[in-house]
Every structure is written in C-alpha cells, then in structure tokens.
Write a protein that binds this ligand. Structure first.
Ligand code: FMN
Length: 200
C-alpha cells in the first residue's frame, strides 16, 4: 500500500505513522504555569536526540490551530520542564494524566501521584517515576499544528536499583519501561530482550 501523507492522505497520517513507528518511549512531562500550578501529560512523539549536549525532543500537537496544549504553553512561558519515564508500575497513572481536566486542576492528585522537588528547574518530578530528566527548553519549533520542543537535559535522576552501581548499565530485571504501540490504545512491555553486538 502507498500513501501520500503530505497530500491526499494527510488525514491518515496520525493513524498510520503512530501505528507503524513503534514502539515509542513516552515522555511524561511535568511543567508549571506562571502561578506555579503543576501540570503532567504524556507524549509519545518523543526521543533522546543527542548527547553533546544531552538533548531530547517531544511534540505536543496544538489543541486547535494556534492554541498550544498546556504543556507546550507552560514551557514557552517558563522555559523549564521535567521528562519522567513511564514503567509498568506507572502506566495506568500516566494514562490518567492524559485526561482533559478543567484549567488549573492538577493531574497529580487526580492520578494519585506524588511530587519530588527538582534541583535545577522549578517544575517538580513525579516521585513514582523510575527516571526523570530535568530540562531547559532550547527551542520550540512550530511546524503546522505540531510544536517540536527541544530541551537540554541538565539533571538525570535514576531510582536506586535501576543502574548497576559499578558499571552504570541498566539492570533489565529492575527497569521495565513500557512503549507506545498502535492506535488507539496499545502498549508494549519490554521484558523480551536480545543482544546483538555491532559488527567490528
Ligand atoms: C501514551 C500517550 C501518548 C501521547 N502522546 C502525545 C503526543 O506525542 N503528542 C500530543 O500532542 N499528545 C499526546 N497525547 C495526548 C496528551 O497527553 C493529551 O492531549 C494531554 O491532555 C495534553 O495535556 P496538556 O494540555 O496538559 O499538555 C498522548 C497521550 C497518551 C496517553
């Protein structure tokens, strides 16, 4: 099958791309509005993009043309955010935070979550998350109704046990991130691994 996603099949782009480009990690982003109220929301159009400096990118689509989602609006106003990673234990709470709440109502108590203070940025991290990246906005690109937020990671928090303290390699018997699969609501676990060393 062949699709002209920039042309006549544009309306299928979300369904097809979000269904096929999988699995995707999930950025569970905490931000604060200018009054300090904490917002949390998941974004699977997300990845780490480089390490010198360490950068990540994620892409909130606009609510409607020209009107950003709260996460993107807060980042434009404050320049700061935290990307919390999602594991099996936090999957349901993450999903709850994607609900549309009234403006000013925080997703944190709604999803039964707790916050821990960040050290470099003002928005706090999610205590239940196994890994958190404190980020400063580098830039936000507006491409049609997409906003691509690029952030520099200034602090990395990793729960004890996730990394082997000697090698700093991930202990896959402890860390169980989930991935986003096909629309509308499919996810994957990441317990089935295999090793494949790169060719010399
Ligand atoms: C697993 C998951 C992944 C999502 N990924 C995205 C995404 O990449 N971009 C996006 O605009 N919305 C995405 N959403 C929807 C947002 O989380 C949702 O619109 C949320 O209410 C936005 O919150 P905010 O207005 O507080 O920023 C996703 C939802 C879920 C459950």
């Amino acid at each position: 099958m062949e699709f002209d996603l920039a042309g006549e099949h544009q309306k299928l782009a979300y369904k097809l791309l979000a269904g096929l480009v999988t699995p995707r990690p999930i950025a569970w982003v905490t931000t604060q509005d200018t009054e300090g109220r904490v917002n949390a929301a998941p974004f699977s159009f997300f990845n780490v993009l480089g390490t010198r400096p360490p950068i990540i990118g994620f892409a909130p689509g606009d609510k409607e043309p020209g009107i950003p989602k709260d996460t993107a609006r807060n980042i434009r106003r404050t320049g700061e955010f935290v990307v919390n990673l999602v594991d099996e234990a936090t999957a349901e709470a993450m999903n709850l935070t994607s609900a549309e709440l009234d403006e000013g109502e925080s997703e944190i108590p709604f999803a039964g979550l707790h916050l821990e203070p960040s050290v470099v940025v003002k928005p706090p991290r999610i205590a239940e998350s196994p890994v958190a990246l404190e980020c400063r906005e580098w830039s936000t690109m507006e491409i049609g109704s997409n906003r691509l937020v690029i952030g520099v990671v200034h602090r990395l928090w990793v729960r004890d046990g996730v990394l082997n303290p000697d090698t700093l390699l991930v202990d896959s018997s402890v860390f169980h991130p989930i991935g986003r699969m096909e629309v509308p609501a499919s996810y994957c676990r990441t317990r089935d691994r295999f090793d494949m060393p790169r060719p010399e």
